[in-house]
Design a protein around this ligand. Sequence first.
Ligand code: AGP
Length: 608
Amino acid sequence: MCGIVGIIGNEPVAPLLVDALKRLEYRGYDSAGVATLEEGQIARRRAEGKLKNLASRLNEAPLYGMIGIGHTRWATHGKPTEQNAHPHATDKVAVVHNGIIENFKALRDELRADGAVFQSETDSEVVAHLVTRELKRVNDPVVAVRNILPKLHGAFALGFLFAGENDLLIGARKGAPLAVGYGDDGMYLGSDAFALAPFTDRVAYLNEGDWTVIRRNGAEFYDAGNVLVERRIITTQVGSGLVDKGNHRHFMAKEIHEQPEVIGRTIAHYIDMATGDVRLPTDIPFNFKDIRRICLSACGTASLAGLTARYWFERLAKLPVEVDVASEFRYRELPLDKDTLTLFVSQSGETADTLASLRYAKEHGATTLSVVNVATSTMARESDVVMPTLAGPEIGVASTKAFTCQLTVLAALAIFAGVQRGTLSQERARELAQQLIASPGQVADALLLESKIEQVAHKLAKARDVLYLGRGASFPLALEGALKLKELSYIHAEGYAAGELKHGPIALVDEQMPVIVIAPRDHWFEKTVSNMQEVAARGGQIIVIGPKGTAVNAALTPIASIDMPDVVTEFAAIAYSVPVQLLAYYTASIMGKDVDQPRNLAKSVTVE
Ligand code: AGP
């Protein structure tokens, strides 16, 4: 995760850019840089390491331009060196980038064939050359950026500065946050309002897919379809501290929208983006080829991440996985042995039942590996191996970004295990890693369905009971959907294996009960469609979450369809978490429930 800032001012902006970057260092600080216009030409100062090194560089060689952009980096592609530090530039344009451009290799090859010469190993530099090439064609910076954005696949936020344009900055958002600041004597662009707080408390956030044209007299916003739109200017209170709701009503909404960025950051922690190989962030005291089974234990949503991963370990690494909720696991007297790996999943790392299960495993000589979001937690300290999720602080009691980051880590682990056990070739492992790398972009695409999902939520808000169905790796997501709806809206909901419906629960189906079917185009898709038809034949009120046309092709007339991006991936559960989360969020919001702090719950259950 990186930090972006831009300023159109009436004084030299370099020192102001550094001030703003200081407030973005929490996003990453392995290198930093600024670019300004000096007599109309792009000039850069960049430095490896902490921001103070950039400040020293600027003291040695000051910049005086009154328009510029800046960046603080958490390396994903390419080592943290000055050469790889942003801004990346040609003589025409400088760009700062937060996120992952998944298709950068293809774009780089295409641009090289057109004569582009690259200076860095980063995916970001591709954007500078793309805009430069388009500028030659259209000779208009705004049109050039508009034309190249659709070529970029992945989740990203971007800031652009152009030679000869001393009253123009452009920003773009797809899956990573970006805000425009309205100052008394300048206009600003930043990854969040906290970065802009020294200059203004009036900000407008870009929505998913938006891009913005910023000049001294204000900003224009365009949506993903290049339609001119209005974005509300809000007054923020972020002076107090880092964690605020941004432009969202609830922390949960903000955290759902942070998912493309934090999933991307987690992926970059486990996958070498240059080679596409999974490489764990820490050594493990075993080889997966010596592991005979995994016993996985967790609570609530975390346990459902584990249940999802069971399909991936068994399919990819041919490794049997037993999953149990920690409150049962710890009392089972389960025999453990040295070739059993015990795996624990927890956002807080403090959940009493999960911690007790971890201690049971240690007492019985098993190796303990924990996937946790809080690196300083008790579970992190007591585990033999810690695999962190990089979701950042999760304030909403309902777990969202932590869940999808848990899925991401477990998917990477399953690929790694498959390679060690010889069940995955290097080539197949890289294919799967690329599917994982595509997840942030798919999550960002799913977020574009938000207003449709809000409409569908109105159908749930009136329900007394709701059923969620899924098969294979979507079955745990059906359980998660039901859990989210229960804990947020207090509506009774159940998740079921779609194939199990006919063994009793189908008696529940009638014209009153919404049946939500999670049907990504995966190995179980056709069977899931058959189950939908069983429900429809009994008057069930079906809501389909699947590729566009699923209901039509199955000759079904659902009460609603949520048309997801039609991607074939082993890890569809990651992107399909978004509609499940948003359905629960909007149902509870419509019902006026306390979304961030539902009744009877706690963010971390530290008692039995
Ligand atoms: C998530 O929506 C729930 N609030 C809850 O089930 C949670 O996942 C569970 O309590 C486990 O918490 P942990 O991940 O911090 O261990």
